[in-house]
Design a protein around this ligand. Structure first.
Ligand SMILES: Cc1cc2nc3c(=O)[nH]c(=O)nc-3n(C[C@H](O)[C@H](O)[C@H](O)COP(=O)(O)OP(=O)(O)OC[C@H]3O[C@@H](n4cnc5c(N)ncnc54)[C@H](O)[C@@H]3O)c2cc1C
Length: 465
């Protein structure tokens, strides 16, 4: 096989890698990309997109159940629903299939060379790719490591049999009657909630004393309340000891040392993700590491000249839109443009029930960073749109500097608030003051009015509370 010689080679076609490839090729850079799996990476194939499809299917199902039970105030009645999870999964696979085909088409249109196979560094400028038809050698001036991450295993509870990672959970063909979820981070809660709505008896085990420990309790409280109303058992301050003797459950221990067994047909382990730093020949390089991650500087350069790293392999927040933004920046740098990582904010969304959005600093984080802050909170119970959606739980909260009213952070919890994340991020990125947000006419009736009202509240003159 003839060697490929190019200016830029990207290892991994997840959101970081494929965006980098498309942008570089658009700018005229001779670009190749390698992936051993379908393009789109974790996000499109086994992460963001399939999980949101399952969450939506579960929401539709649950709404129908609630209506069938006559428990809704709109007067709607329906016959008892049922779900064929195999069909729902096929629908989900159709979405991921269309998206990954779309990514392939975009790369082709931009002129990117796509090589399918497992890549391994031979040296800092040369990569061997094991393809179906033999070894392909690729030589490049610049190489981007975009190898992403994989689900982390719990010692003593390896994946296999009844123990699932998010990947297997997103391909189940039947709803497990009893599901134990280990880890109350966003992936465990998103999937645990979806299966609870589909009819599983869900138990969530969390070693920490609260769910979603990276968010403040004011934001997570509505989610905890909802889990309780769905009948989910939440075992906080509880550690997993291993599988129970017969393999059909979990042995757990609470903070007081009390042990008990949780019966479960499936055990979903979502204790986090590990960066994929093995399997691509790191030993052949002299890369500095930062803990578990590949160390990068502001423009995503590693410690070796000409080698960049982006996305989950470089650390938190492990989010698709961070990987994409890094990929776009690195492509422009390789193309000779002057770029730096100058983002003020990377918003984060939990597609829990209700949804949580966090952009920028929470009140505690702002104070810890030395700011004197003012905050404003607007409850969705006072928002007309939330009422019409029968989803009044939640609020929008804005955090600003007390002296000049610069918006430092915006958080929200409520049904559908994920769509507000763009407005929150834009305000912070553009250096908006509370007066700018309050003075922007927000369309009525929308949840976004909560952002303007929270800003007015911080200024001392909310209109609707
Ligand atoms: C269940 C779940 C839900 C999620 N939901 C969200 C969400 O709602 N929003 C969000 O922002 N993020 C979400 N994420 C996280 C998101 O998927 C990741 O942050 C994102 O995919 C990281 O992109 P990446 O390009 O760094 O790596 P990845 O998407 O992991 O892609 C890495 C690619 O590299 C390839 N690769 C690795 N090693 C080699 C090699 N040696 N040779 C060739 N190819 C190789 C892999 O096959 C893979 O395709 C979710 C993740 C999961 C698991």
């Amino acid at each position: 096989m003839k060697d490929i010689v190019c200016k830029l080679l990207i290892i991994g076609a997840g959101p970081g890698g494929y965006v980098c490839a498309i942008r570089a090729a658009q700018l005229g850079v001779d670009t190749a990309i390698v992936d051993m799996a379908r393009p789109g990476g974790t996000c499109l194939n086994i992460g963001c997109i399939p999980s949101k499809a399952l969450i939506h299917a579960a929401d539709e199902f649950y709404r129908t159940v609630a209506m069938a039970a006559g428990g809704n105030p709109m007067g709607i009645r329906a016959e008892g629903p049922s779900i064929d999870l195999k069909t729902a999964m096929a629908w989900k696979d159709g979405i991921t299939g269309r998206l990954t085909l779309g990514v392939s088409a975009l790369m082709k249109k931009a002129g990117v060379k796509v090589v399918v196979g497992e890549a391994r560094f031979r040296d800092g400028k040369t990569v061997d790719v094991e393809t179906e038809t033999g070894r392909q050698v690729i030589r490049a001036e610049s190489i981007v490591i975009a190898t992403g991450s994989a689900p982390a295993e719990l010692p003593g509870l390896p994946f296999g049999g009844p123990v699932l990672s998010s990947t297997e959970a997103l391909s189940l063909e039947a709803v497990p009657p009893r599901l134990a979820v280990v880890g109350a981070g966003y992936i465990g809660l998103e999937l645990g909630t979806a299966f609870a709505k589909l009819g599983s008896k869900v138990t969530i085990v969390e070693a920490f004393d609260r769910i979603l420990p990276v968010y403040d309790q004011q934001l997570t409280q509505p989610v905890a309340k909802r889990l309780a109303s769905l009948g989910v058992d939440l075992l906080l301050d509880t550690k997993v000891k291993g599988l129970s003797g017969d393999g059909h459950g979990l042995q757990v221990e609470d903070a007081g040392g009390q042990q008990r067994e949780i019966a479960a047909d499936r055990i979903l382990v979502t204790i986090g993700r590990r960066p994929r730093t093995q399997g691509w020949g790191r030993d052949e390089l002299e890369l500095d590491m930062e803990g578990r991650y590949v160390r990068i500087d502001n423009p995503c350069r590693t410690s070796m000249r000409g080698i960049y790293a982006i996305g989950d392999v470089t650390g938190e927040p492990m989010l698709a839109h961070r990987a994409m933004a890094q990929g776009e920046m690195v492509a422009e740098i390789v193309a000779g443009r002057r770029r730096a990582w100058d983002k003020r904010v990377i918003p984060a969304v939990c597609f829990t029930d209700p949804e949580i959005v966090s952009a920028g600093l929470s009140p505690e984080e702002a104070r810890a960073a030395g700011h004197e802050v003012i905050t404003g909170m607007f409850p969705l119970a006072a928002n007309g749109r939330a009422m019409t959606l029968a989803a009044e739980e939640g609020f929008v909260r804005v955090v600003a500097r007390a002296d000049n009213h610069l918006v430092l952070g915006v958080q929200a919890v409520g049904a559908g608030v994920s769509e507000l994340s763009a407005g929150f991020a834009l305000a912070i990125e553009m250096g908006a003051r509370l007066e700018d947000v309050a003075g922007t006419t927000h369309a009525h009736p929308t949840l976004s009015e909560g952002f303007a009202e929270a800003s007015m509240k911080a200024l001392g003159h909310a209109l609707h509370i």
